[in-house]
Design a protein around this ligand. Structure first.
Ligand code: CP
Length: 305
């Protein structure tokens, strides 16, 4: 593996290999503290981030690597002067051994990977994909349940929610998955994603009322409405807020996930519930990103895969 730009590009075998590495790092982190020694990673972020950038940077430091970083590349890098993404990448490949890229355009990481001699990791690309978020989502889920055969409700913004798109690709690697997609009409899952899911054997059930989600789903994956990507006609829609009261009908083993940041779509009265996994998810982001960079360094630089 050189680049990681989409969850469409990973096999179940590779996914399980990554999870095994992440599990090992979570348990025996000290053994990996020199894994990226002498290695420089660039974090190039054109959009805001707390979790993804800082967990990648923490992951690099925990593996003994070094960092160069732009936290607001749209304003503070030469994109402001009109430099293309491709030219920027061709410069940074001379300064770093791996580039972590967040950008507002859906095809940004793919374009970067086509011109880059060094590995590109997609850290969120427009309303398209956010593949490393999906890795940590499924990693967190499999710590609680065997993923084959799960029922999951995915809610909020299914149209622009890039974490949703990447998560659905990963879930399609598992057997007998049932997804309940709950969103207002204008933020439903786009048809191209539904077609892919159906072709891969996922059962996709569209819901427009919260009551249509069965009490025994294994996971509820709530998401923020991506206000910054909405067209004018899509703004000011009513939003569903998950709270202690409406969650009370679910089973003792229905877990709540959210990629974060949240605005108000999960009430803080759920934060103390043992089934609320969203802070664990964010913390697992460090281990899974350590595992991914460790694997890419081994595959690309040591084994020429
Ligand atoms: N989940 C996620 O991508 O969060 P950030 O935008 O803070 O990186």
């Amino acid at each position: 593996m050189k680049d990681f730009v989409s969850t469409k590009d990973i096999s179940r075998v590779e996914l399980e290999e990554l999870f095994a590495i992440a599990k090992d790092i979570k348990k025996n982190g000290c053994e990996f503290k020199e894994a990226l020694k002498g290695f420089i990673v660039a974090t190039l972020f054109y959009e805001p981030s707390t979790r993804t950038r800082l967990s990648f940077e923490s992951a690099v430091l925990r593996l003994g690597g070094s960092l160069i970083s732009t936290e607001n590349a749209k304003e503070n890098a030469s994109a402001k002067k009109g430099e293309s993404l491709e030219d920027t990448i061709k410069i940074i490949e001379g300064y770093a051994d791996m580039i972590i890229l967040r950008h507002n355009e859906n095809d940004s990481s793919l374009r970067a990977s086509k011109v880059s001699k060094v590995p590109i990791i997609n850290a969120g690309a427009g309303g398209g994909e956010h593949p490393t978020q999906a890795l940590l989502d499924v990693f967190t889920m499999q710590e609680k349940k065997n993923i084959d055969g799960i029922k999951i409700a995915i809610m909020g913004d299914l149209k622009y929610g890039r974490t949703v798109h990447s998560l659905l690709n990963l879930l399609s690697l598992y057997k007998n998955i049932v997804v309940y997609g709950f969103a207002v009409k204008s933020l439903e899952l786009p048809k191209n994603y539904k077609d892919i899911l159906i072709s891969k054997g996922i059962t996709y059930i569209e819901c427009h009322e919260f009551d249509e989600i069965p009490n025994n789903v294994d996971f509820i994956y709530q998401t923020r409405v991506q206000e910054e990507r909405l067209e004018e006609k899509e703004k000011h829609l009513s939003k569903f807020i998950l709270n202690k009261d409406n969650f009370s009908r679910f089973s003792d083993s229905t877990y709540i996930l959210h990629p974060l940041p949240r605005v108000d779509e999960i009430s803080t009265d759920l934060d103390g519930d043992k089934r609320a996994l969203y802070f664990t998810q964010a913390h697992n982001g460090v281990y899974i990103r350590q595992a991914l960079m460790y694997k890419i360094k081994k595959d690309f630089y040591e084994n020429n895969i």
